[in-house]
Structures are given as structure tokens and as C-alpha cells.
Design a protein around this ligand. Structure first.
Ligand SMILES: [Zn+2]
Length: 567
């Protein structure tokens, strides 16, 4: 855990030093950071034992910084660097495609000091005039800024869902009915505010809400709506409504707007009026529904639509024709198909991961450690794979759960795989993934992936687009062509359930399903608690209209093995 944090801080120092124009020092910091991020030992143990200097790249100066970091949680030197430079430059370096060198140039030549000035310069076409930038980079920068703006004020699922559940759990005994609403209920991939709807004694509920232990600030307190800011910065809104409007309020506040607007039109066409208080007859205002959500849909001639589908992507038509999918259930997943052990960059042993998965009621789990070329993640050589195999065999004897011996093999630049075919054929499951050369042009990238599929060695294409929410867009490739190629070569596409990835996203996963491609869910766990991520994968699958049959992890172990052998 600490290794990653320390590496990140050292890299940040390197970035700032580079902006300042230093040449040698940043390289030293980066080298140490790389080593620390990829080594298996815990940095805090080195610190306790006084052996930090034994780590390659850690000299006296860096040793001091690491000690300070571990002991105090921050580094004064870094704070000083931040004060010397415009603080917005760190934001600027957060834009994909802008490293320290570009940031420095933009700062010196165009006086770019933060995202606003960066955007101005990009929009007025000044960046393309700089040496080494060009039109393509300029438009990429604009896209990057857009991505950062999209995510600003929004949070990843793992930052919000546990917080919301704890809060609702606290309010539940005080409410008659309580339910999440908004993007939270729809399981959007990022969430703005926590919206909660309840019925009950308003005074009591609002008091309890404002007195909740994690409330940092009460923004506004009223009889029907109260807003607070929680520790960690997330805003939560509680609305207390009348019992006989709960269903219509829930429908209204769940959204999305894109779903609710056509729904209101259907109401009008039928001589009704729909709002948060209920469904009313236009001619005499008689209320005909409102208490429960199902009733509203029913009176509009529709089947009830699961919140995950309410985005106006065909769900209203499907509900009218009784053709909604039978969505993948929350408890249908029989195993996790991507997890890492401490053989590569995971934090836990094979036994620990397997035991945790067993305790969660899984029938199987795939251990998919990285292949050798991914040195930053402790990738395994053929020999190490063989040794790990022995450990997996032992764990399979000790535990009930079936541990699949797998790999996340790197797809190299030319589309070949980072492990010999014989070793790959001997494994239970092979995930192929791209971790390098993101910048190839669309056509080359598409060819690279197709070539990898055509080896016939890949069972699952992991995190297919490579995007990381709020951090980077995926690599450029023709996704529809790859979906088609997956179908032809029996390659399963992954929904990586890690909240920063959710890759494939719901739109692409739905495209894949429509082309008859199977989907697998994997948490990409590097620690035991990451196995929790599975439900974010299930949510994404549901938003993609997937049914049980579309997802390989719903199969029993025996059936899964049959699919993998056939594929
Ligand atoms: Zn990966």
C-alpha cells in the first residue's frame, strides 16, 4: 500500500523538478519511484529495519524523503517546490498528453498557469504553433480538458457507494421508507451527489441527518430537503416526501432527464400529467398513481423499468412491448475472473486470495498475474509461472474453491504475446491486455489487437479500451471491428469492474452482446478488499442490458472450463 503512495510522491517531486528545468535529479527520483512501485517487499519494513538504502536507486537524499513521508505523511521539500511554481501547473500536468516538459514549455512560452489558461490557449489555436506540439496535440489537449471537466465534482463508485450505504443504514431505522435516487440508483459510472428519498417524521429525519457523524457542514436544512457536505467532500441530499407521493418522487428524482422527458410526453398523450407528486388525470386532477413506482409505469402502459436502464436508450419502447431484458442478477456471479497475487503486483498470497474468494461464496477464482515485460508490475517469467503453478495446485488441494491458473499476458506492440504459446496453452485461462504503446494510430492499434486474437491463445481481452476514468481516454482503435474479431475468434471481452476502469463501459458492452460476444467480469483485484468491486462490474453489465446468459461468470466451474477449452 505504502509503496504505491511513496512512489507517487517521488514522481510528483520529479515532475516539479522537471518543470523547473532540472535534468539529472528528476531521473533519480523516477528511478527510485519505479523500483519502489514494483518491488515485492513493503517499504515500511525497510524503513523499520533501516535498510532503505539497499533499494536500488535510493541514495541518502531520497532515503531522507522516504523517512519523512512514512513518519509524517508529507514531505516539506515537495511543499516548497509547489510554492515555487504556479499551483495550477499540477492540474495542467493532470491532462493526458501533458508531461512536465510540455507543462514547462506552455508555462514559459504561453504563460499557461492552470487549466483555464491552458484551455484558452488551446481554443485560440496558439498551442499548435509551439514547436513540438502541432494541431493533433492541441486537439488532444482540448479533449483531455473536456474529460477532466466531465469528472469534476463527480466521484468514482467506490468513493460513493460505501459512503451512501452507511448513511442509508444509519437513517433506515428512523424512516418508514427510504431509497437512493439519482445517478446513485442508476449506478452511473461516476456520481455527483448522494440523493436519498424517505418518508416518515420529517423533523426527526432531518435532525438525525444533520447530526450524522460524517457530516462536515450543513449546507441547507429544510422541512422537505436538507443538504450536507460529508467528510471527504461528497454532498448528500435528503428529501422527505409524503407517503402517497413516494413512488412518483422516486421516479422523478431517479432520472435521467433523458428518460423522464419522453415519459412525461407519454403521460400527456394519454390525457395525464406526471410530476414528482403523482400521475394525475388532466381533466379533473384526479390522482391515479404515486404511492409506488411500478404503478406509474403500469398506468402509462409500460413494464417497470430497472433504474440502470433509464437513459433513453430504447428502454421505453422495450417496456411498451414487454421486451425488456431479464437483467443479470446481483447474486449470480460464481467467480472472479481477474485477480493478482503477490507473485506479481498483488498484495496477497495465492492462498489468501483464494480463501477470501471462497468466503465470499465463489465457486472459482482466476489468478491472472502479469507477464514478464510488465516489469513495473512484477511480471512473471515462464519459470516463475511454473513455480506459481505448484503453489496453486497446493491451494486447490487445501481449499474447496477452484483456483484457475491464469495470466494477464501483455499484447506486445506487434500483436504478439509476451509468453510462449506452450506455456499459455498449459494454463487454465489467458487474459490478453494492452499496457504499453497507447499512442499508435487507430488502424495500427486495431491490427495489433486483431493479430493477438488470431493467435487463438487468448480467452479474454482484459480492460479492452484502456481508459481510466478521470485520468486518460483509452487508446484509439476501432471497437466495432474488434468486437467482430472477438466473435470470429471466440474471444470473451471483459468488463473490468475496477471503479476507475469499468471497461468495457455499458455502451460498448451492449454492442458486444448484440454481436453475440460473451462478457466476463473481473475485479482486477490487487488486494483482498478489491474483490468488493464485483458489484460495480455487475452494475455496468446491467446498464449494458446484459442477461445472465451473456456473462461467463454465471456459469458453473465445469461449464466455464468447457467454454475456455472451446475458446
Ligand atoms: Zn491490466
Amino acid at each position: 500500500m505504502m509503496n504505491k503512495k511513496v512512489a507517487q510522491i517521488l514522481n510528483e517531486i520529479a515532475d516539479l523538478l522537471e518543470v523547473k528545468g532540472e535534468d539529472f535529479k528528476p531521473r533519480a527520483y523516477r528511478k527510485a519511484a519505479r523500483k519502489i512501485a514494483s518491488m515485492k517487499g513493503d517499504i515500511t519494513v525497510y524503513h523499520e529495519e533501516g535498510t532503505l538504502r539497499e533499494i536500488e536507486g535510493v541514495g541518502k537524499a531520497i532515503e531522507g524523503k522516504i523517512e519523512e513521508m512514512i513518519e509524517t505523511g508529507s514531505i516539506e521539500y515537495l511543499e516548497e517546490l509547489k510554492e515555487e511554481l504556479p499551483s495550477g501547473l499540477i492540474e495542467v500536468m493532470g491532462v493526458p498528453d501533458i508531461g512536465p516538459k510540455s507543462a514547462k514549455k506552455l508555462y514559459e512560452e504561453l504563460e499557461v498557469v492552470d487549466l483555464d489558461t491552458l484551455k484558452e490557449e488551446a481554443e485560440s489555436g496558439n498551442i499548435r504553433e509551439l514547436k513540438g506540439f502541432g494541431e493533433k496535440t492541441e486537439s488532444k489537449i482540448l479533449k483531455g480538458i473536456e474529460m477532466l471537466e466531465d469528472i469534476s465534482g463527480r466521484h468514482l463508485l467506490d468513493e460513493v457507494i460505501p459512503v451512501a450505504e452507511k448513511l442509508i443504514g444509519y437513517l433506515e431505522p428512523k424512516a418508514e421508507r427510504i431509497e437512493k435516487a439519482g445517478s446513485l440508483r442508476r449506478w452511473r459510472e461516476t456520481i455527483g451527489d448522494i440523493d436519498i428519498l424517505a418518508t416518515g417524521d420529517s423533523d426527526e429525519l432531518m435532525d438525525a441527518f444533520t447530526l450524522y457523524e460524517d457530516v462536515e457542514e450543513v449546507i441547507v436544512k429544510g422541512e422537505t430537503k436538507t443538504s450536507v457536505r460529508l467528510r471527504g467532500g461528497i454532498q448528500a441530499d435528503l428529501r422527505v416526501v409524503d407517503e402517497d407521493s413516494f413512488g412518483s418522487a422516486l421516479q422523478y428524482f431517479t432520472g435521467a432527464k433523458e428518460h423522464n422527458v419522453p415519459l412525461r410526453q407519454i403521460a400527456i398523450d394519454r390525457g395525464y400529467k406526471l410530476n414528482e407528486y403523482g400521475l394525475f388525470k388532466k381533466k379533473d386532477d384526479e390522482k391515479i398513481a404515486g404511492r409506488v413506482e411500478e404503478e406509474i409505469y403500469q398506468k402509462l402502459g409500460l413494464k417497470w423499468i430497472p433504474p440502470e436502464l433509464r437513459e433513453n436508450r430504447g428502454e421505453i419502447e422495450a417496456a411498451g412491448q414487454d421486451e425488456l431484458p431479464e437483467l443479470l442478477g446481483w447474486n449470480e456471479i460464481k467467480g472472479d475472473l481477474q485477480a493478482h497475487s503477490d507473485w506479481s503486483d498483488g498484495h496477497n498470497t495465492v492462498f489468501q486470495v483464494a480463501e477470501e474468494a471462497q468466503n465470499r461464496g465463489y465457486e472459482y477464482i482466476a489468478l491472472t498475474d502479469h507477464s514478464q515485460s510488465l516489469t513495473v508490475a512484477g511480471g512473471l517469467s515462464r519459470e516463475e509461472m511454473m513455480e506459481r503453478e505448484k503453489e496453486i495446485e497446493k491451494v486447490n488441494e487445501e481449499l474447496e474453491i477452484n483456483v484457475l491458473s491464469g495470466i494477464e499476458v501483455d499484447i506486445k506492440k506487434d500483436g504478439s504475446l509476451d509468453m510462449d504459446p506452450k506455456t499459455l496453452e498449459g494454463l487454465d485461462i489467458v487474459l490478453g491486455a494492452i499496457h504499453s504503446n497507447f499512442r499508435m494510430d487507430e488502424e495500427q492499434q486495431t491490427e495489433r489487437i486483431k493479430k493477438a486474437f488470431k493467435t487463438g491463445l487468448i480467452d479474454i481481452f482484459a480492460h479492452p479500451t484502456g481508459r481510466k476514468i478521470g485520468e486518460r481516454e483509452g487508446y484509439e482503435f476501432n471497437i466495432m471491428e474488434i468486437i467482430k474479431c472477438a466473435k470470429e475468434n471466440d474471444v470473451i471481452l471483459e468488463i473490468n469492474a475496477s471503479p476507475q476502469r469499468l471497461d468495457l463501459d455499458s455502451l460498448n458492452a451492449r454492442n458486444a452482446k448484440e454481436q453475440g460476444v460473451l462478457i466476463s467480469l473481473g475485479t482486477d483485484a490487487h488486494g483482498l478488499n478489491h474483490l468488493d468491486y464485483m458489484r460495480y462490474g455487475v452494475a455496468t453489465a446491467r446498464r449494458a442490458w446484459l442477461e445472465s446468459k451473456d456473462v461467463v461468470n454465471t456459469r458453473s466451474y465445469d461449464d466455464l472450463i468447457k467454454i475456455l477449452r472451446g475458446g
